[in-house]
Design a protein around this ligand. Structure first.
Ligand code: ADP
Length: 396
């Protein structure tokens, strides 16, 4: 069975065609600047750039058409015809409280995704465009895989804010979390690698990339996560502030004269690692600057690590212990240096990093000492494969 995985943004579209017989990615690609001048499609086969088209792409319909053309015609043609695609899995950012797992897409599901656009105004409308474009061009079952679904097992004490209850009941203001597909994938994978039943494990998954979140996974279920009502809560990220006193927002508006749109822009695009360091949002640049003696870079990385460690500690409370901590995504998978920062001085919690084993980039590895009470693992995430697996399971 071949599954096409689609991750549709407002002006971009990522895709992967996965052969479920061996879970191999046959082709992956990115369409950029949909509806904007300079649009293009770039497709890779086995990690190598194989096919680039630069052509005006008016809308998502044209983008999907181009994707299908690329899969069929692209240089050596990955598949012979669209009929070889058995199903499509769509990544959906927000599924509200209703969607606790992946579902086959029906008219009702599309209406619900539209409804939850109020919580993800940049993403959900784009997902709908992607779904409708696929429906127009392909006659196969489609599945929606929600980023919020994995976190719907959180208990009320974890997902509610200390706000009037009515704001939750009437307006849906609560913690939803994000990156659920990634946290689910790496928690299942680490259990498999350890040869344990996930139902017997207390796992802390650290998805650290440009956007970052940490999840407490107890017995295979998310019981708390650091992202909240939106992906702005929690850790200090590339450009997002993470958690702060909400009074900062009203102070900036009432006393400093910012509009709410400006504050939103500052908190999402100009804060975090970029805002503190005034150097870059890319952790590699900050590490280089720290190596060259830049004090602000040092402070930035200290703040990042401090917050990550605070969440790790607090999730040992959520689960009454922890067996294994997993690092994933751009930083978690690739940065030996930052993993060392994040694990430093946690010996009192039973966390002992093995510096030699920690010399890994983007591959599955155990990086704790054999004496470490808490095991440490690097597990590369694979959200696309998780989406494809859910899709296959549902349509079978
Ligand atoms: P996104 O959240 O956009 O999916 P990724 O998970 O791809 O992001 O992570 C991207 C981030 O990973 C970049 O901002 C970069 O700082 C960081 N990163 C990638 N490789 C390294 C590395 N070797 N050392 C430190 N940081 C890295």
């Amino acid at each position: 069975m071949k599954v096409l995985v689609i991750n549709c943004g407002s002006s971009s579209l990522k895709y992967q065609l996965i052969d479920m017989a061996n879970e191999k990615t046959l082709a992956s690609g990115l369409v950029e600047r949909i509806g904007i001048e300079g649009s293009n499609l770039a497709q890779k086969v086995e990690g190598t750039q194989k096919y680039i088209v630069e052509t005006p792409i008016k809308d998502h319909n044209e983008a999907i058409k181009l994707v299908l053309d690329a899969l069929i015609n692209g240089d050596n043609g990955i598949i012979k015809s669209v009929n070889e695609i058995d199903a499509v899995g769509h990544r959906i950012v927000h599924g509200g409280e209703k969607y606790t797992k992946s579902v086959i897409i029906t008219d009702e599901v599309v209406r619900d995704i539209e409804e939850y656009s109020k919580f993800a105004p940049l993403h959900n409308p784009a997902h709908i465009m992607g779904i409708k474009a696929c429906q127009a061009l392909m006659n196969v079952p489609m599945v929606a895989v929600f980023d919020t679904a994995f976190h719907q097992t959180m208990p009320e004490k974890a997902f509610l804010y200390g706000l009037p209850y009515e704001l939750y009941k009437k307006n849906g203001i609560r913690k939803y979390g994000a990156h659920g597909t990634s946290h689910k994938y790496v928690s299942q994978k680490v259990a498999e690698v350890m040869g344990k039943d996930i139902k017997d494990l207390k796992i802390i998954t650290c998805h650290l990339g440009n956007g970052s979140s940490i999840t407490a996974v107890k017995n295979g279920e998310s019981v708390d996560t650091s992202m909240g009502f939106t992906p702005l809560e929690g850790l200090i990220m590339g450009t997002r502030s993470g958690s702060l006193d909400p009074a900062v927002v009203t102070y900036m508006i009432d006393e400093l004269g910012y509009t709410s749109a400006e504050v939103n822009n500052i908190l999402n695009k100009k804060s975090g690692v970029l805002g503190i360091s005034e150097i870059s949002s890319d952790f590699r640049d900050i590490i280089d600057a720290r190596d060259n003696g830049n004090e602000r870079a040092k402070l930035t990385l200290e703040m990042f690590a401090y917050r990550v460690k605070q969440y790790i500690a607090s999730y040992t409370v959520a689960m009454e212990g922890v067996d294994v901590i997993v690092f994933t995504a751009g930083v978690g998978e690739n940065s030996m240096v930052l993993r060392e920062d994040l694990c430093a001085n946690l010996e009192y919690m039973g966390v002992e990093l093995d510096k030699e084993r920690n010399r890994v980039f983007g591959e599955i590895a155990k990086i704790s000492k054999d004496s470490s009470k808490v095991q440490l693992y690097v597990i590369p995430t694979n959200e696309e494969l998780m989406i494809a697996k859910d899709t296959m399971q549902l349509i079978k």
